[in-house]
Design a protein around this ligand. Structure first.
Ligand code: ASP
Length: 313
């Protein structure tokens, strides 16, 4: 018998946001469309991982599919700001090197996750914002899109509804359409995470959520796990959710399931709602959420390819 270590097993977990959606709230078309989108994202990432590709490539590919899919609040179909624009946030992190890149408030890049990757690989920085990030994108030849590509009538209607309700804080607590994200472990034993969002409907004053903040909404470390979050970002920032889960695993020796559950509980204790997807270098993976539902999917080397929306499935 050979004592060579067996190759690591690949696993991919994706999410399309968590929220207050209970059964019956989504139309049949919305439900089926979201499931098809999650499945397509799993297929895109699984194609890379099953061929021995890198987790970093897989999470980028999966998130790009979800950004282009209007069912989700990222890229095309992003929610509107209070001022009627779409301002996009994204991040990516490589667990092997702990290299990371992120952007916030970008308006012209078709796939913000790829812009985040360009920041990671082609700049000395981790986080670029607003017009500067848009300029970096154009200068580095990323595919540009008109405002009309991102802006869909249904999301405009949601902003109008929010404003009509007279909510001065203009904070969309329902979050029916969520952020997207992916975490993966590859056959080389490396993990990666990526997250992309339009943020919250009605966001204003340059509000930035947890998604592009490394250690909050996005984190990856081969010594522990990769994490992508969704939910009320302010609370995930305050808990340092992504890093906290990884720290519990790395320093505390907790399983990823226990660490994710404990941190989601902490988020809940201070008033936050949402969820995380997590994967470890050994290929174990899963999620934790305190909302009625979370769009999610899991694919593994063992042939799993499952998507789910509601908490009871
Ligand atoms: N976490 C995102 C944010 O706060 C929103 C979401 O996940 O739906 O910007």
């Amino acid at each position: 018998m050979s004592d060579a270590p067996s190759p690591a097993r690949w696993t991919l977990v994706v999410h399309g946001g968590s929220g207050a959606f209970a059964r019956g709230l989504l139309s049949e078309a919305e439900d089926a469309g979201a499931r098809a989108g999650l499945s397509a994202a799993l297929a895109a990432g699984a194609a890379i991982l099953s061929a021995g590709g890198a987790s970093l490539d897989a999470v980028e590919a999966a998130v790009r599919v979800l950004e282009d899919d209007p069912h989700f609040n990222a890229g095309r179909g992003a929610v509107f700001t209070y001022d009627g624009t779409n301002e996009l946030d994204a991040a990516i992190m490589d667990g092997e090197s702990r290299a990371a890149g992120a952007v916030t408030g970008v308006t012209r890049t078709r796939n913000p996750v790829s812009l985040a990757r360009a920041v990671m690989e082609r700049s000395d920085h981790v986080l670029l914002s607003g017009p500067g990030a848009d300029a970096f994108s154009a200068a580095h030849g990323l595919e540009q899109a008109d405002a009309g590509w991102f802006a869909l009538p249904e999301r405009r209607r949601q902003l109008d509804e929010l404003k009509a309700a007279g909510d001065d804080a203009a904070f969309d607590h329902g979050m029916k359409y969520g952020t997207v994200g992916a975490v993966a472990a590859d056959t080389h034993g490396h993990v990666a995470a990526a997250t992309s969002t339009g943020g919250l409907t009605g966001k204003r004053w340059g509000r930035i959520g947890d998604t592009p903040l490394i250690g909050a909404g996005t984190f990856a470390d081969d010594r522990a796990c990769a994490v992508s979050a969704t939910g009320s970002g302010e609370y995930f920032i305050r808990v340092g959710a992504g890093h906290e889960i990884a720290a519990r695993v790395r320093i505390g020796g907790e399983t990823i399931e226990a660490a994710a559950d404990a941190v989601i509980e902490e988020v809940g204790e201070i008033g936050g709602v949402g969820g995380v997807i997590v994967v470890a270098p050994d290929g174990s993976g899963g999620w934790s959420f305190n909302t009625p539902g979370m769009y999610r999917g899991l694919a593994t080397q063992d042939g799993d390819h499952d998507v789910a929306i509601y908490g009871d499935e």
